[in-house]
Design a binder for this molecule. Structure first.
Ligand code: GH3
Ligand code: MG
Ligand code: MG
Ligand code: MG
Length: 343
């Protein structure tokens, strides 16, 4: 179909041309990235000149496919598209534009400019996802007015995208703060409860193995009573950091209570976990943090393995680890005890 004669300046007339004088060149509040997709060279060039003269960035594409390639590389805020074009028509371009808009969140305001003035084409164009539709010949005053209105919509979407980014960032920050212990910077009890729920499901469903160790600082009350809580806090920080360094990357470490930490060791048998925790115990002792009793700060640990055959929840394994810890304390502290199988 041939385009009827346009009321545009001819392609030879470069902007600012007659139409620009008619459309007062008020600089747009926000310059937009406009893509003109039109197979008629003269029409396309005239529209590109006009849009640029208004103050927007603008480039042209000779058909839908070229337009699509440009849009994928350099997101267009507004696409002004012809309907009938070789290789890819405006309808397909419009539909594809809507699909990437869904994925990436950035909105593209899509305007059809076509020779079809009947209602059926208008309805089809809007159903494909267009925001606006006008019939040729393109009147440049009208085009200018439509770009102003499109600019308002694009600005709202940009603002929403910015607010969403801020909200996402804030919620990540709050999520992190809610799951990290402020003093020691290891994960907290809430994080532990959530993680244990997940790994308990893995134990039951896939038979994965997990050992759990509770570590408790030895005679820490006496340390606090003598050196004060601020010095005690610093000890907690150093001990937490040392335990974290000694565990494997895939192991979990949580502050369980005041001077107690829980380590979660995936894919390790009870005996392996016991040996790993003994290396941790040794590393804490080697920090050589002095106490009043001419000995260093030490920890004791109790280790148990999650057992899907007998445990009803990970808390059962925690109870067994706690019982083992109690034995470590009773046997003199600065030691690791593993869970004993029931006789
Ligand atoms: P045990 O070897 O039997 O574990 O003796 P303990 O003194 O460590 O155990 P107890 O439970 O009697 O005392 C724990 C102490 O840990 C009490 C408190 O002074 C200290 N504590 C708990 N939380 C914190 C904390 O956040 N900061 C400091 N500085 N001390 C804490
Ligand atoms: Mg065409
Ligand atoms: Mg304790
Ligand atoms: Mg203690």
């Amino acid at each position: 179909m041939h385009a009827p004669e346009m009321t545009l300046p001819s392609a030879k007339v470069s902007a600012p041309g007659r139409s620009i004088e008619r459309a007062p060149p008020v600089a747009p509040a926000v310059p937009l990235n406009v893509l003109v997709v039109e197979d008629d060279d003269a029409e396309r060039e005239a529209i590109v000149d006009t849009v640029q003269a208004i103050g927007h960035r603008c480039c042209g594409a000779r058909d839908g496919l070229e337009g699509w390639e440009i849009h994928k590389r350099d997101h267009a805020d507004i696409i002004l598209s012809d309907w009938q074009m070789p290789r890819m028509d405006g309808i397909e371009l419009c539909q594809r534009t809507r699909v990437i808009a869904k994925d990436e969140g950035a909105y593209t305001y899509f305007i059809f400019m076509t020779n079809f003035s009947d209602k059926e084409h208008f309805v089809r164009g809007m159903a494909a996802g267009a925001d606006d539709y006008f019939t040729k010949p393109v009147d440049l005053d009208e085009l200018h007015a439509r770009l102003v209105s499109a600019g308002r919509v694009v600005a709202v979407y940009r603002k929403l995208a910015m607010q969403n980014a801020v909200l996402r960032h804030d919620s990540q920050t709050f999520f992190r703060a809610a799951h990290i212990d402020a003093l020691t910077q290891v994960a907290n009890r809430l994080a532990m409860d959530e993680d244990l729920t997940v790994l308990w499901a893995r134990v039951k469903r896939y038979g994965h193995r997990y050992s759990i160790a509770i570590c408790d600082l030895d005679r820490f009350k006496a340390y606090n009573d003598h050196f004060g809580h601020i010095a005690g806090d610093e000890v907690l920080r150093r001990v937490a950091c040392t335990i974290r360094e000694r565990l494997r990357e895939g192991d979990g470490l949580y502050r369980y209570g005041g001077e107690e930490f829980v380590a979660v060791l995936p894919e390790q048998s009870l005996a392996e976990a016991g040996r790993a925790m003994d290396r941790v115990r040794h590393a804490v002792e080697r920090l050589a943090i002095p106490t009043t009793r001419r000995r260093a700060i030490t920890i004791s640990s109790g280790v148990a393995e999650l057992d899907p055959a007998t445990d009803t929840s990970p808390q059962d394994a925690l109870r067994r680890a706690d019982a083992a810890l109690y034995r470590a304390k009773a046997d003199g502290r600065n030691r690791v005890e593993t869970d004993r199988p029931p006789r």
